[in-house]
Design a protein around this ligand. Structure first.
Ligand SMILES: [Fe+2]
Ligand SMILES: [Fe+2]
Length: 467
């Protein structure tokens, strides 16, 4: 069957944030309490809710969401041609197009698209006719009647065909007036989590490729490895959305930690830390199998997340004095870390991007000035190489290589994720790290008046601009 023209599909930009897409879908479904379900004794909404309630018992997320949304094509496109008063022509194809556009897993759309084919497949059996409602029997004829042998063979060859048949069963059974099933509110968080997981999979995908022998050799030589522009297109766009979400989160005691710097004018956000427990997408990126596998390749043994932060470095934001990370990371007796920089924006000399010096052996600390930064004379004698990175680049560096950055002299933010990992064999100390940091150098919202936090910040403010 050809796809009907889709001129008035659920009105939302497929690139909109997940919450906006869920809002638009929910509004369409909520309106279906009014929509009578063509020739059936339940509303469209009740029909979907009943089908979903049955499907949820399978534990199959794609099948469950397909059951909830299998008839969305009747609702999504008011301009679609009507099938003699029995709903939109090709509502199954419209439904698939809508769900693909909203960012559902492809299997959800495929199942939805199949629910008419499944009826035509089952209609080959004489006994099936008794299960069909009068309206379904009428639409069957308009939808092409029972499948031919060749069509049935093709249907059976589809790897999803068992789920397609189960979906059809839930559909037939979901026409009971007054059935008591979970309402639409039950499904909102489930849909939202599904869309977020799909989005995160897109961001993570570029990191699923193993590092090459040449990349590993470069790492052993330089203690620095760059994957220029690793995240691009949809992956980078989603990363931007996530980082803006964090920027907008309100300062909240006991949760994510927001730090500010102060110039002559108002305070300016410079950092958010401890956000992995609160952001599923970033958690999947930073703690998921792909990045952990790459870190394992670099470490030669399993890695473990130690701490995460995003530096916003808004225009005018100050730089970081030359330093090694190791002295700031030794709280728990760890000797070695790898930090992953994910460049949210381009990192250039003009906007205060990082500069690196030569690698330093594990365990070796350069002379320091008070406060822990590299001593001035040492800094002056070292070679420094700016690292210009396009947005979406991923760079790995160890905790001994000296690095520094300048002021953001551009008129754009220069945001970057800095995520640090230790050897898993040295223990999971992330929670301990953030508990200690909160106690020692808390975010502004958690500070008591009259305490000189800068004086006691110590390792928690090495070389950086937080005031
Ligand atoms: Fe349908
Ligand atoms: Fe249906």
């Amino acid at each position: 069957m050809s796809l009907a023209p889709c001129t008035a599909l659920i009105d939302v930009d497929p690139r909109a944030p997940v919450t906006a897409r869920v809002d638009a879908l929910m509004a369409t479904l909520a309106a279906a309490t009014q929509a009578d379900y063509i020739g059936e004794p339940v509303t469209q909404l009740a029909h979907g809710l009943q089908a979903a309630a049955r499907a949820q018992a399978t534990g199959d997320e794609a099948l469950t969401l397909a059951a909830l949304l299998h008839d969305v094509g009747h609702l999504a496109d008011p301009s679609a041609p009507d099938m003699q008063g029995l709903g939109a022509v090709n509502h199954e194809g419209i439904g698939q197009a809508v769900l693909d556009r909203l960012g559902f897993a492809p299997a959800v759309g495929r199942l939805v698209e199949s629910h008419v084919a499944a009826k035509r497949y089952l209609a080959r059996r004489a006994a099936y006719d008794g299960k069909l409602s009068e309206a379904s029997r009428q639409t069957l004829a308009l939808q092409g009647g029972p499948m031919t042998d060749a069509e049935a063979a093709a249907f059976e060859a589809d790897p999803l065909h068992r789920q397609m048949l189960r979906l059809r069963g839930f559909d037939e059974a979901a026409k009971i007036p007054g059935a008591d099933v979970p309402g639409l509110d039950h499904w909102r968080p489930i849909i939202e989590a599904h869309l977020r997981a799909q989005e995160a999979a897109t961001v993570v995908a570029p990191l699923t490729t193993p590092l090459t022998p040449a990349q590993l050799a470069a790492w052993r030589r330089d203690a620095l490895l760059v994957l220029p522009g690793a995240l691009a297109g949809d992956a980078l766009r989603t990363l931007h959305t996530w980082i803006e979400e964090l920027q907008g989160w309100p300062e909240t005691p006991g949760r994510w930690m927001k730090y500010f710097e102060r110039g002559t004018e108002a305070r300016q956000l410079c950092r958010v830390e401890d956000f992995v427990p609160y952001h599923a997408g970033l958690a999947q990126l930073l703690c998921g199998d792909a990045l952990m596998a790459r870190l394992g390749e670099l470490m030669g043994e399993p890695a473990c997340l130690f701490k995460e932060k995003i530096n916003y470095k808004l225009p005018g934001g100050a730089g970081f004095t030359a330093h090694q990370d190791a002295p700031a990371f030794d709280t728990f007796g760890h000797r070695y870390h790898i930090t992953v920089l994910i460049a949210v924006d381009p990192q250039t000399r003009a906007n205060g991007g990082l500069e690196f010096s030569d690698p330093v052996a594990e365990g070796e600390l350069l002379p320091q000035r008070p406060g822990g930064a590299v001593a001035e004379a040492t800094e002056a004698a070292l070679p420094w190489r700016p690292l210009d990175l396009p947005a979406g680049s991923v760079a790995f560096f160890d905790s001994y290589i000296p690095h520094r950055s300048g002021t953001n002299a551009s008129d754009q933010p220069r945001r970057g994720l800095y995520v640090t990992y230790n050897r898993a064999a040295d223990g999971d100390r992330r929670a301990d790290y953030f508990a200690d940091k909160r106690a020692t150098f808390p975010p502004e919202i958690e500070r008591e008046p009259g305490v000189d936090y800068l004086a006691r910040a110590g390792r928690y403010n090495v070389g950086n601009p937080i005031r």
